[in-house]
Design a protein around this ligand. Structure first.
Ligand SMILES: Cc1cc2nc3c(=O)[nH]c(=O)nc-3n(C[C@H](O)[C@H](O)[C@H](O)COP(=O)(O)OP(=O)(O)OC[C@H]3O[C@@H](n4cnc5c(N)ncnc54)[C@H](O)[C@@H]3O)c2cc1C
Length: 400
């Protein structure tokens, strides 16, 4: 497609999954793209990611689904199980049946593997990535935007702020506003499957639901690793940093008495990191003249629908297509109009899942889970209706 836009020189701020995906989409379509990343090396956290069909469709369009598929694990079921008895509240098929229903697979992938493939594809498409460069400011001018970095100043046509939940670009656009601590922390880690003794981990994406806590387990790298995310409610987060090394023994103590599959994973774990889970209210705007936001920078969400990265990937597709079709000001309007309602709805669904996974309301919480189980058995349409709107959404066929 020919560029409808004289604005073809783009700076992307941040080489996370969102920044790399939009850089790839734009570079493949004739834009001249540079990424500025504050970190001094290209890497991702040692944790897993669930990639749902809606995200995989974009990876296909951008030509990297094949390379990514070499690293994945294909889960058989999505389950919600009781933290003690292991009883299944929900067991919904993934694997082939998801692919048939939604036209793309559901994958588990190590974040570092996805990141590595995106970086490689970006280089191949001609994207320049400059590390150890922190963006400090921007100024919209008549014919360009000036970007202030810690070591230099650049002039380009457009800037995409894909700089995550603590986004500097967002702050410059909308003012200082600290993200809101949601009262939840997540412990994350991966464990070699061969090191797990005394229980067989099922090849599923499993949410272990318990009072005020939940834990998710799933395989990565063809079954070589087991990934876990353990979420607990806390009233405060006292550390400066939003991420810190966690104490494995403390983590094990928090989940004493949980099902043997959970205990076996935590017993085999020797390092873990702890994240404060933050949110932001919906932003009043996502763009400011020649500057636009993408991914967690504009719509961070709790990970309880496993959709944060998927939303950044969908954003990347829509923004690329809009910039191909329209002059940038109109393209940014289109992009926000199309993306904001979807991202906001999924932010809300992710928040709502906290109550369900954490059995809020005592016996009523358990009843809700039991009702979900019955619905999935006898009225699967209810479950499908919820998931169809997320996994069945095909951003690549949207009229933009
Ligand atoms: C526990 C947990 C589990 C999750 N599980 C899933 C899942 O299964 N599936 C899913 O889809 N999503 C999941 N998510 C959400 C997902 O991780 C995020 O939504 C996604 O990584 C956001 O990507 P991003 O590119 O927008 O931001 P980020 O990944 O935060 O990247 C931002 C980048 O910008 C750089 N940067 C920041 N400021 C500057 C600056 N001033 N100058 C230059 N560079 C800068 C940063 O160093 C970073 O590299 C999970 C999140 C958590 C916390």
């Amino acid at each position: 497609m020919a560029l409808q836009n004289q604005a073809s020189r783009v700076i992307v701020v941040g080489a996370g999954i969102g920044g790399l995906t939009v850089a790839l989409g734009l570079a493949k379509n004739g834009f001249q793209v540079r990424i500025f990343e504050q970190a001094s090396s290209l890497s991702e956290v040692g944790a897993g990611l669930q990639l749902s069909p809606n995200a995989v469709k974009v990876l296909r369009q951008f030509g990297i689904a094949g390379a990514v598929s070499n690293h994945i694990f294909s889960p058989k079921y999505a389950c919600i199980r009781d933290y003690q008895s292991g009883r299944y509240y929900l067991k919904s098929p993934l694997g082939k049946s998801v692919e048939q229903r939604y036209g793309a697979p559901y994958w588990h992938i190590h974040r570092a593997d996805l990141h590595k493939e995106l970086v490689q594809a970006c280089y191949t498409a001609g994207v320049e990535i400059e590390l150890d460069h922190r963006v400090l400011g921007y100024r919209n001018e008549k014919k360009h935007v000036t970007v202030l970095l810690d070591k230099k100043t650049e002039h380009v046509d457009l800037v995409i702020g894909a700089d995550g939940i603590h986004s500097k670009v967002r702050e410059l656009m909308l003012g200082v506003q600290a993200p809101i601590f949601t009262g939840q922390v997540a412990w994350r880690g991966t464990v070699p499957a061969a090191a797990i003794k005394g229980a067989e981990i099922q090849p599923n994406a499993t949410v272990w639901a318990g009072p005020n806590k939940h834990l998710v387990t799933y395989y990565l790298r063809g079954g070589e690793l087991v990934n876990f995310i353990a979420v607990e409610e806390r009233s405060k987060w006292q550390q400066e940093s939003w991420r810190q090394e966690g104490d494995v023994n403390e983590l094990r103590r928090k989940f004493i008495g949980w099902h043997p599959e959970v205990s076996a994973v935590l017993e085999a774990c020797d390092t873990t990191f702890l994240w404060a889970l933050n949110g932001r209210p919906s932003l009043s705007k996502w763009h400011d003249e020649r500057v636009v936001l993408l991914g967690d920078a504009c719509h961070p969400m709790l990970p309880f629908m496993a959709q944060g990265a998927a939303m950044a990937i969908e954003d990347a597709y829509v923004l690329t297509q809009a910039l191909l079709k329209y002059p940038y000001a109109q393209a940014f309007e289109k992009y926000e109009d199309l993306r904001k309602p979807r991202a906001t709805a999924i932010q809300k669904q992710s928040r709502d899942n906290t109550g369900l996974y954490h059995m809020h309301g005592g016996w009523q919480g358990r009843m809700k889970l039991q009702a979900l189980g019955l619905a999935s058995k006898y009225a699967s349409g209810i479950i499908h209706a919820k998931l169809d709107s997320i996994y069945g959404y095909d951003v690549t066929t949207l009229p933009i």
